[in-house]
Write a protein that binds this ligand. Structure first.
Ligand code: 4AZ
Length: 456
């Protein structure tokens, strides 16, 4: 204690080293020490104080107490956060583990259309009516034809007319549907069942052709594509350099990934090629010239993962279709391709990860679709898969798209026609276990695509 007093005086040399007023002074070590203790410690304003160095000690105690309190508080918060995060992960894990689940059935739609391939008669299946109904011509309009073609994954209506029922073979049990535009503007709302057509005519319809291959030879296995297998595959060169893939939607329209073209300042530098299989066959000055680039307005470049990664390129001159140059179909509206669907990705990208822009010959690979729930699970992309993305590939790695395949097609065969289900977008590395390829989900952009292309 004396040492403490000395210490206090050293700090305050002007102060007098006198005992507490009114307290008898005794020799150190005697009963005085007890008296000093009782006298010097006071409980004041909630603090124990020494009359002389009291404030200092009190502040010290308060600071220590406060810091201890803050420490305990932070520790409790961390504990709470960790438990919550852990709980969330556990909950997710209990729903989704890194194993494939059985295929989920597709949702039943309230209205479906098909075009009979024999005589191009339009047929509709409406809710609560099991059979396919022929469509009466009364109330028909070209605008409705365009809407139906778009609904079926085509870009345009190419032909439509009324056909006399007397000129076609129709079974006695055939039923019909009547179009009633006053009921609404959605295709789902405007159909009603009929036993006959008042004017005796039904609708015949053709949409722009897409999604068909005209192959001379069948490919059995192997990874190199033959000419005509993927006639919508576009090869995009920026100047003399191969850059990305793309897909032909119409003679003047190509769809690709926004991250392939967003940095582009000189549109005139792009040259696009369709109908080729070997890059070495390309004669650069003969490529198609780009007239317009339409980036999706919500695309923001992100180094690791791209959202809204889609762009449309309009060509200066429409391409002539042939056996090796054709358009791919879009998915139908509300069409759900289930997990496990066997789809194909194609491109000239890297065949060995991190080794430049790979192959001279167009490569193709079968990659099954993976559910977004599984792809988003903690063992895969941990919630990074947005509703604008989908995953395809293998849980144990193997075949995958890679650097240089970006922008290219992921197509799935649907009742004999190929539909563009995804656009190669991103992924953590290539062909790695639990790191499947991530694609832009084309079905999420159907309205945007039709709005951009149809507005032309
Ligand atoms: C890329 O950088 C890229 N494995 C494309 C696809 C994948 C990874 C990277 C998917 O163009």
């Amino acid at each position: 204690m004396n040492l403490g007093d000395q210490h206090d005086l050293e700090e305050h040399p002007g102060e007098e080293a006198s005992p507490v007023p009114g307290v008898p002074v005794e020799e150190p070590g005697g009963p005085m020490e007890r008296v000093e203790f009782q006298e010097e410690f006071n409980f004041h304003d909630g603090c124990w104080t020494f009359p002389r160095r009291g404030r200092r000690v009190c502040i010290l105690f308060m600071t220590i107490g406060l810091m201890a309190g803050i420490g305990v508080g932070i520790w409790l918060l961390v504990l709470l956060f960790r438990t919550n995060a852990l709980l969330k992960i556990l909950q997710q894990e209990s729903i989704v583990s890194c194993t494939e689940k059985p295929l989920t059935p597709t949702e039943s739609k309230s209205v479906s259309f098909r075009i009979n391939t024999r005589d191009f008669l339009l047929e509709v299946q409406v809710k609560a009516w099991p059979g396919w109904l022929l469509v009466c011509h009364e109330g028909w309009s070209p605008a409705l034809g365009t809407q139906i073609c778009e609904h079926l994954g085509h870009l345009r209506l190419s032909y439509h007319k009324g056909v006399n029922l007397t000129d076609i073979k129709v079974s006695n049990s055939q039923e019909f549907a009547q179009l009633l535009p006053r009921l609404g503007s959605h295709l789902e709302e405007i159909w009603q069942h009929r036993n006959s057509c008042a004017l005796g005519q039904v609708v015949s319809l053709k949409c722009s052709e897409c999604g068909v291959q005209h192959l001379n030879s069948r490919v059995l296995g192997g990874t190199s594509a033959v000419p005509g297998r993927w006639p919508w595959q576009v090869s995009m060169f920026k100047g003399p350099q191969y850059s990305c893939g793309g897909s032909l939607l119409a003679p003047s329209w190509v769809v690709t990934a926004a991250h392939c073209v967003y940095r582009l300042s000189h549109m005139s530098r792009w040259r696009l090629f369709v109908g080729i299989v070997n890059r070495s066959d390309i004669v650069l000055h003969m490529g198609a010239v780009v007239e317009k680039i339409v980036l999706h307005p919500s695309f923001r470049n992100h180094r690791q993962r791209h959202d809204y990664d889609i762009a449309l390129l309009k060509l200066q001159t429409p391409l002539n279709f042939s056996n090796t140059v054709r358009a791919v179909c879009l998915p139908e509206m509300q069409q759900d391709f289930p997990q496990g669907s066997k789809c194909w990705v194609s491109g000239w990208g890297s065949t060995v990860p991190h080794r430049g822009y790979g192959s001279d010959t167009l490569q193709n690979a079968l990659v099954p679709l993976i559910s977004s729930q599984l792809c988003n699970s903690s063992c895969m992309y941990k919630g990074m898969i947005t509703p604008q993305m989908l995953c395809a590939g293998y849980l144990d790695g193997r075949t995958d798209a890679c650097q240089g395949d970006s922008g290219g097609p992921l197509v799935c065969l649907d009742r004999g026609i190929w539909r563009l289900v995804g656009v190669v977008s991103w992924g953590w590395d290539c062909g790695k276990r639990h790191r499947p390829g991530v694609y832009t989900k084309v079905a999420a952009f159907l309205d945007w695509i039709h709005h951009q292309i149809g507005g032309e």
